[in-house]
Design a protein around this ligand. Sequence first.
Ligand code: NAP
Length: 465
Amino acid sequence: MTELAGNTQHIIELIYLVASALFILALKWMNTPATARRGILAGEIGMVLAIGGTLLQHGIVDYKWIAIALVVGSGIGVPLGLVQMTAVPQRTALSHAFGAFCVTLVGTAEFYLGTPSIPGFKMSVLCVEVILGGLTVTGSLMAAGKLQEVLPQRPITYKGQNFVNLALLASTAIIAIYLVRNPGATHLYPVMVGIALVVGVMLVIPIGGADMPTVISLLNSYAGLSAAAMGFVLNNKLLIVAGALDGSSGFILSVIMSKAMNRSFTNVVFGAFGQVAPAAAGAQEARPVKSASPEEAAGILAAASKVVIVPGYGMAVAQAQHKVRELYDVLSKRGIDVRFAIHPVAGRMPGHMNVLLAEADVPYDRLMEMDDINGDFPQTDVSLIIGANDVTNPAAKTDQSSPIYGMPVLDVEKSHTVMVIKRSMNPGFAGIDNPLYYMDQTLMLFGDAKVFVSNIVKELSSTHS
Ligand code: NAP
């Protein structure tokens, strides 16, 4: 019997090792669009192995509750996986909240099972686990609510906010230290978890909707670290590896996003950042813009030899990526050099444009990152902006009073002609006007992205040969 248990344990360890390797490979392969699908498959297989290995644990005496939890979890997870791609940031925030809730519950169960004789190391990692887990639960729920607009997007700030937040965090740390020395102080445990839950809310309320995805990525990192701490508590190596990978990749992504949006990372970590700067100007007076029809736009594109397409959030909303691919095809067939300029925060989540264009089978080698293409705009005949706004706003470079001042943007205004497809003069995510639209070389193409691109393709296919 013990030999059988020993053999099973070896098999579980082996399964966990393979799962850990697959998680690492998944992250590596997700690095480029060409291998991203393989990366996702590797991650999925790794997760199935991890769950399968865990189900083999000899400590499990009854599978009934596990089966019920699996059914309930799948019942929630499957519909969550079907949301529109534009809602993925809030969906991701919800997943973090669930994961962190689970970590906090497991930590709590371990505490009450082990108290009053929990060894010092185990109690310290348990405290890290539930503090990070607790604040991630409420922080992620707040973030999801703000992004889904069920909570006000507006940052809520007050004097001394950072002090209050730090004081709350410090009080959880003090209780944690006390609990490590006196693990029998059961009355203090709920106080510590309760304060952690409050900290999650307090950290997210001062952050505006615009910065929420960076915060979600940071909460992802916290959730990963709390899972790694849970790995130490449960003595589970796979959880330590997976949690550490999650924690570090979330952290790296937050740093990349902060840089791309020109936010101070320290402010993200300590909260109370992202306050909306006072608007640069009061009410905007109507200024004249030049507009053009699909026929005129097709004529201009047909006469170009170098075209750069700049996709943005509007392309995603309109689901115009397949029409954009058709446009790429007709222009390329004419010998026109067409490339895509991908801003790191175009759309509403990292990699948003890459995913959509890959879905439409646009060749990966045509997608250029901002730093690689910015120098080429002066030699570009036409920059065609499709539902992008903030990522092309030259005010980010020139207007110190602009809320996006300092954010790196695509230098589209340097191209000979700029054409912008959008439905109106309404601003984008940052809520600010774009001086690009009033420049001499700019033509506004008013309409829905999918319909307008489709009309340009029709025009190019029929008349301009
Ligand atoms: P954007 O500045 O939000 O502008 C999108 C534009 O698309 C809008 O001006 C809108 O104008 C237009 N649009 C909407 N629906 C359309 C439709 N059906 N057809 C045609 N146009 C449509 O988008 P962006 O340039 O991609 O910039 C992304 C913004 O999101 C940045 O401010 C970035 O900081 C922020 N952000 C990004 C991430 C990320 O990870 N990617 C995360 C957080 C925040 P009309 O209403 O006039 O059509």
